[in-house]
Structures are given as C-alpha cells and as structure tokens.
Design a protein around this ligand. Structure first.
Ligand code: FO1
Length: 312
C-alpha cells in the first residue's frame, strides 16, 4: 500500500512514526511544508523537513517538539553574545550540521528536493520526504504592531521572535507563485491512501495546499483521503492553531477543521472527547472515525495510523 502524508510540525512527526510502523516505510511519501523555511546567518533552515526527518530517524527532542534530542545551543548563545541579527532563532549545535550541509549543497546547485533526499539517506530515513516546492514560499503573517497599522512578517518572526502574541489579521502563502516539488504530484496521483495528519491546518497544511496543483491533485483523489484532527476538545494539542484558524473563519474545533477540508476528505478521525461533534462532521458528507488520538508513544501513534488507514 502506497501512502502519502502531507506534513509539518510536531503532530505530523508523531503520526509519521506510527505510520511507518503500520506501512512499510519505503511505501510512505511525505509532502512537507516549506512555508516555515527561513534563512538564518546565511543558512537555509527547513524546520518542517528537519522535523519530519528527525522524528522518523528517532533523533528528535520529544519534549521540546522540534530539533534534536540531547541538543546544546552553545553556538547560538555565542551568536547572541556577539549581537548576531537573527540569533532569536535558536539553532542547536547538532542541528547546525544539518543546516550547514544543506546550505552548502544548495550553494553548489543542488535542489532542495535532492538535498532533502541526501540528508534523509544519511539519517537512515527510509520514507521519502518531498518538499512541497523547491521555490521560496514563505508563509507571511499580517499582525497589528503596538503602534497600530498592519505589518507583514515571516511566520517564524511571528511565532518565535515575537512569541505568537500578536493579533493576526491575515495569513498569506508564498507558495501560490510556485510549482510543486519533483515527485509531489506523481506521489499524490499514485497513492492508495492520502493522509492529513494532525498538523496545523493554517500554518502547516494550508501552505502545501496553496502550491498550484496540489489542492487540485488531492481533491481529485478525495475518495482516498483521510485526515486526523489535531484539535481535541476545542484546543490544539500543540502550537498556535487556535490563533490562526479564526483568521481563516474556521471554528477551533474538530468539526470546524473538517469543514475547512470538506472538499478534500472522505474520512475524518476525531478524538473520543469530540464524539459529540460526529454528527456535524457526518452532515458534511464525511465519514467520521472516533478513537483515542493522543499519541503518547509510538504504539499509540501506530494504532492511530492503522485506524485512519482503515477508514478509506
Ligand atoms: N521554535 C521555537 O519556539 N524557538 C526556536 O528558537 C526555534 C528554532 C528552530 C530551529 C530549527 C528548527 O528546525 C525549528 C525551530 N523551531 C523553534 C521550531 C519552529 O519554529 C516551529 O515550531 C515550526 O516551524 C512549526 O512547525
């Protein structure tokens, strides 16, 4: 069985660890959000690619949710001491190796997709990770700064530099002027099942769907698409979805997100805590699955992945 997952962030990372236990990793293709990518100290940082890669390689920091386990930040501390612009973004010392290698390959003319494949091979990741696009596609957030007016800033400035505390007025996806990365459309067209893991719909999945051709390709396979809600009991399991969903006019609930994806889904998995929303989801013409969606460990993630796959 060939499975494609659209992914970004912690929820996807946990889910992918379960997915490669439910399906042979060689048969899993992950289309990854690059809207979070940012250049820091001249280095190309791809947080969601690295997140997927580190989670699948088993070298992630489970508690922090991003970066490497056993990480130190001596380089970043020194950069801060030296007043480096951009040192608000914490690059771990182990993580730096990834960014240095990737950046050197990109500078030598390699594409982001090939560089991702090379890194995954060296990290022993058997699943295929494909950047949604090889073109720059930054997700931009319009905020209301203290002095008033509106300012548009990079997603990482909003989330990391400013701590996600601003009032958000709009989200703009950079991918709308780009084309899908190599292999992305073929993977979607050839998949037996397409999964939307419990990732942030606006910050992680939205940018992927905004790359011209991807939403259409997924919608064309709607009968094979299953998603898992990352909102449980009206609260996101991690991250800032509660702050971004209302900007897109989406209710912060498992039913609200199902509505946001309604043209794409054949089935939607909600947590037992949201059993009461099942009827609303079913009214959208979407099959509802109810199970325990909290992925406390790989076994729970595997059970969730198996359950989601069983619905299509
Ligand atoms: N998140 C933070 O909250 N603070 C950081 O300093 C930070 C650095 C960082 C460096 C590399 C990387 O791959 C991820 C990093 N993240 C950091 C996580 C990242 O900002 C977001 O959580 C993701 O982009 C959302 O998926």
């Amino acid at each position: 069985m060939r499975v494609v997952a659209l992914a970004g962030g912690v929820g996807a990372g946990k889910f992918l660890r379960g997915l490669v236990r439910a399906v042979r990793p060689e048969n899993v293709t992950v289309v990854v959000n690059t809207g979070d990518d940012i250049e820091v100290h001249g280095l190309h940082v791809s947080p969601d690619i690295d997140s997927g890669m580190y989670w699948l390689a088993g070298v992630m920091d489970r508690e922090r949710g991003w970066g490497r386990a056993g990480e130190t930040f001596r380089g970043t501390e020194e950069l801060r001491r030296l007043g480096a612009k951009g040192a608000w973004f914490g690059l771990g010392d182990l993580d730096l190796a990834t960014h240095l290698l990737r950046t050197s390959w990109l500078a030598a003319g390699m594409g982001l997709s090939e560089a991702t494949g090379e890194l995954c091979e060296r990290f022993g990741v058997a699943a295929r990770l494909l950047p949604m696009t090889q073109d720059p596609a930054p997700t931009m957030i319009s905020i209301v700064p203290e002095g008033g007016g509106v300012a548009e800033i990079h997603f990482q400035q909003y989330w990391v530099e400013r701590g996600g505390r601003d009032d958000v007025k709009a989200v703009r996806y950079g991918g709308s002027a780009t084309m899908p990365g190599p292999g992305v459309l073929d993977a979607i067209e050839g998949a037996d099942t397409i999964v939307l893991p419990p990732s942030n719909p606006i910050a992680s999945i939205g940018p992927i769907l905004a790359v011209p051709g991807i939403r259409e390709a997924v919608a064309a396979r709607r009968d094979r698409v299953v998603g898992v809600s990352g909102i449980v009991g009206g609260v996101p399991l991690v991250g800032m979805a509660d702050r971004l969903l209302p900007v897109a006019g989406v209710e912060v609930s498992a039913a609200g997100v199902a509505g946001y994806y309604r043209d794409l889904l054949t089935a939607w998995v909600v947590d037992r805590a949201d059993e009461g929303l099942a009827e609303r989801v079913a009214e959208l013409g979407i099959r509802v699955g109810i199970t325990d969606t909290i992925m406390a460990n790989d076994l729970r993630a595997e059970a969730l992945a198996r359950y989601a796959l069983s619905l299509v």
